[in-house]
Design a protein around this ligand. Structure first.
Ligand code: CDP
Length: 241
């Protein structure tokens, strides 16, 4: 959220700079089982974002001090590749990637049936190959698919999606320019079957009415993304049926 008031993000006909309507999501594709070495994997492209997720486990958690006697821990590592943005990213963990890893882990732990695997660890690696705003959402969608591909029991998947505000208008799924120069961003992790929210972050300010519109758009998009996720799983496991 740069919040520069002088950057115009809507065309005179009310469309966005990339031609989308205000409640239109960027195109999203998903494929599972792309990494032979992982127990489960997925690739999600969301607009120009490319996110890969790999899942390993459940295995006995090491060192033992991280074990939980009554459940598994879900360990998430979100990383942006150095070549994922126009300014090369310094390799390794930073504050932002730690924060995204933590909120993603908490969201995934709320859907994985962790109590079935006491003292175990399920590792989720999220690698962002191309970043154009919304990578935490693409990452969580990819991670959910990779967990499903690994056969990890879950009560639902988590769909990552964001809405926000540009030029005083609420819009679905901010792209890079909208994220940089817009006024607010509201990424959420939605459980599409139950309608629960597994994570929610807000950058910038929204009125209660704007917040409600953002959530309406987010739920609409989550439904669309969920269908693409189901189709990706069916393509591998039901031969596309
Ligand atoms: O990616 P997401 O929207 O979840 O997170 P963000 O922190 O709001 O970042 C928005 C965008 O800024 C990213 O998707 C990248 O395109 C860009 N970014 C960057 O170029 N360099 C960074 N160190 C962090 C973010």
């Amino acid at each position: 959220m740069g919040g520069y008031g002088d950057v115009k993000l809507l065309n005179d006909d009310g469309t966005r700079l990339d031609g989308r309507a205000i409640d239109e999501m960027r195109p999203l594709t998903a494929e599972v089982g792309i990494l032979p070495a992982a127990d489960g994997s997925a690739i999600v492209t969301h607009g120009l974002n490319v996110a890969i997720a790999a899942v390993y486990g459940p295995v006995e958690a090491h060192p033992r001090k991280i074990q939980r006697q009554d459940r598994a821990v879900v360990d998430v590592r979100y990383n942006m590749a150095p070549f994922s943005t126009s300014d090369r990213i310094r390799p390794g963990y930073n504050r932002r990637s730690r924060e995204i890893s933590k909120v993603t882990a908490e969201a995934l732990e709320s859907v994985v049936l962790v109590e079935r695997f006491p003292r175990a660890k399920i590792s989720v690696e999220i690698e962002i190959l191309a970043a154009e705003a919304g990578t935490r959402c693409a990452g969580i969608t990819a991670a959910s698919l990779a967990l499903a591909d690994a056969g990890i029991p879950m009560r639902d998947m988590v769909v990552g999606v964001a809405s926000g505000k540009i030029d005083n208008i609420v819009v679905l799924d901010l792209d890079k320019a909208e994220d940089n120069y817009g006024q607010a961003d509201l990424p959420v992790g939605i459980l599409p079957t139950t309608g629960e929210i597994a994570f929610l972050q807000m950058d910038g300010d929204l009125s209660p009415e704007e917040y409600n519109t953002c959530m309406e758009y987010n739920f609409k998009a989550a439904k669309e993304i969920h269908q693409i996720m189901i189709d990706a799983l069916k393509a591998k496991y039901d031969g596309g049926a």
